[in-house]
Design a protein around this ligand. Sequence first.
Ligand SMILES: *Cc1c(COP(=O)(O)O)cnc(C)c1O
Length: 384
Amino acid sequence: MKTIKRDRIQFIDLATQQSLIKSDLERRLGAVLAHGKYIMGPEVVDLEKALCSFSGAKHCISCANGTDALLLSLMALGVGANDAVFVPAFTFAGTAEMIPHVNATPVFVDIDPLTFNIDIGSLQRSIEHSIKLGLNPKAIIPVDLFGLPADYENIQNIAAQFDMKIISDSAQGFGSKYKDRRSGTFGDISTTSFFPAKPLGCYGDGGAVFTEDEAWADTLRSIRVHGKGANKYDNIRLGLNSRLDTIQAAILLCKLAIFENEIDLRQRNARFYTSRLEGFIAVPTVPANRHSAWAQFTLRAPSGPLRQEICSELNRQGVPTNIYYPATLNELPVFKDYPVDPHGVPESKKAADTVFSLPSGPYIERDDIEFICDIVLSQMEAVQ
Ligand SMILES: *Cc1c(COP(=O)(O)O)cnc(C)c1O
């Protein structure tokens, strides 16, 4: 049932999705306008329940955005001064940004070159390094980058060894699977974002925190509303104003209804891309027992200059591309003074220099994938 004809390829096609849920959107948004409970309305409660049953998580606490979801988590775990929090150097700035806001120290860890996820050897080295610096290793924030779950089993072993907590940044990973677990259950606390371009996105900012732990869930609910106690005017801790709008919850309920199918379509499209490109350029690696949510389909060019050439040719022919991410976090002005793996983060740097992402998502057409692959392949042939 396709109603929108595109004359150029979108990086992420949100219009086709909207055409599929239009009547449901109108019905649900109409209901919010009719009841008028714009803050913490019934749709927020319904969405949190629906996200729990989708993910298998026990508690879901929706919030204002994915960055706040990380701040809420750090606050609920009591992360503070003198604590070290370990993050990959190759991720969105939002992963690390909230750590200094709670007076803790981000420590930048290298990535595994095949999965783009946090590297276990580098994590171990960085923890030992932080102890030598006099810091207390407190938490690890693995990132399910581009939708692919991190190596949670090995991360869990290291966390246990140093009595650390895991906050899973699954902003890009909602809908992904690690063994028989779904995103939302990967860490002690897991977070996600509903920014429009994420796998499950709303029409504005939104986020959520997931946990199995009742006490943390209560603390998170309190922090979300100004550190409330028994009621909103009984403030028992410093909190935030970080609620998800009722209108955004209504939109997410419509999108969640088709999300399972969208994940299947994302898998199918990624498989198609991979089958056309494999052997000619470095395609994404998905280890056994992991299912990506395919937030992005990201390739690695043989070099920085070749990335530039391939992207220019794609753009010239009307194909949008993006670079996630052009710099490692530790080289950004805001983070340059924080500790890094003593061996450096060479794989993060290499990724920042060579990666580029292609148009993807559930609704990209097979013909468009063919067209894009033909351009990439002809560019690769030209350099052989
Ligand atoms: C998008 C994103 C965030 C932040 O989410 P917002 O909702 O935009 O605040 C954090 N971490 C990662 C890895 C992201 O991709």
